[in-house]
Ligand binder design. Sequence first.
Ligand SMILES: Cc1ncc(COP(=O)(O)O)c(C=O)c1O
Length: 484
Amino acid sequence: MSHSEHPFDAADLDFSPAQMASMGEDVLRRIVAHLQALPETPSRGTLEGCADLCRSLREPTPEQGAELDALLSPLFEEWIPRSFNTPHPGYLAYIPGGGLYPAALADFISATTNRYTGIWDAAPALVQLEANTLDWLRDWMQFPDTTRGLYTTGGSMAMFNAIACAREKLLGHNIRSGTLYVSTQSHHCIEKAAKLAGIAHDRVREIDVDAHYRMRVDVLQQQIAADRAAGLKPFMVFSTAGTTNTGAVDPMDAVANLCAREGIWHHVDGAYGAFFHMVPELRPLLAGLARADSLTLDPHKGLFMPYGIGALLVRDGEALRALHSSTAGYLPDNQSEFYDPAQYGPNLSRGFPGLRVWLSVKLLGAARFRAALAEKRTLAVEAAEKIAQIPGIVMDAEPQLSLFAFHLQSSALTTLDAQNAATRALMERITRRGKVMLTGAQVGERFLGRVCVLSFRTRREEMDICVQQMAEEAAAVLAEAAAK
Ligand SMILES: Cc1ncc(COP(=O)(O)O)c(C=O)c1O
């Protein structure tokens, strides 16, 4: 029964087919207009005054409903624009996300058909589609058939599951003696995930990096030996395939060798960089990644998906299952032939993340993802070469993948503080011009400017603008410093 066929019935929460179609059209019209206008919108939305705005947005529960259009208008016109413009073609800040349109359609299908994909028995064919996509990730990463995977909400939760898995397999109940190793450049979410997984701060070791910001395997080895001598049990090392600060790729082969010798679980954080492994000619840049015991991937970065999807691959799929497998009287018996999400991950009821990947990859084909990734790398390399020529720019980290980092220096910028302030100003001035958005990172004592090319919408045009504005604004910042 629908609204249109009856007088108002407060308990009927459904909509008639005509209402659904019309509501959907309203939303779609706004979305298409929004995406069409993206290149003309500022690369970073207006954030001034947002604290006041947020205070004004606080409201009690609405007792009565409102018209859809009255809700969509401020959302699209006032609130969405007041945010980082993450899907903008000029978004070169942090690690860019994407937001492929077919993935959004998949989310809409998942939410409206609302099938239960937590257990295989409830939607076998749909769960199989998700399993297929995890097998695609496995194949792209050249992991073996023993691998099992899991979609998470992001890279951070993939780390959490990886740590829990390694901890369970290698430490059992003896958690307190276990030590875990990251580099000084590892993502902060690993330490957070470690804490969630029961590995306290005082059991996490930060290993120094070399001049290219890569983990020093000699220091790692010494630290492992020192911990063993102290009666502790080193159990897990994190390498990064593309750090957030500078894009550094750790020496994963050397770390894999060390971990194999020492009986330690080697996890690779490929949240930013792993998808470059899809491209055969770029694989040498990620040598050793395929040897990891487990790998974090972030489809909401390198596979251009909308936010909300990370992934974990575990070489010993049985270890992932051993961690999560459980049953209850109200559930069907566990079966082993088919992938069963609840047996490999912490969620029972869940969305259907695999459909995003399935629909996008089936619709576009893997070849186009490879082409896009290869292009992002080329754009970064070419832009870095040009930016390195700009007077005053010192390139601190060449692009190992598609991210590079640099700072400003001149005879007028005599102190580190002055150079840091100038580099900050450079990022901010370019961003304010509205065509590209750039952010930097504090790395030790130095503030580094960064450019990260990973949005599928970033093409040569945006990179040309980035290079040109970098030259103009660097000259302006240096001129101001010289005039002081
Ligand atoms: C290298 C790296 N690891 C982990 C993460 C955390 O991933 P997420 O934000 O998906 O939780 C990020 C996020 O930018 C990252 O760049």
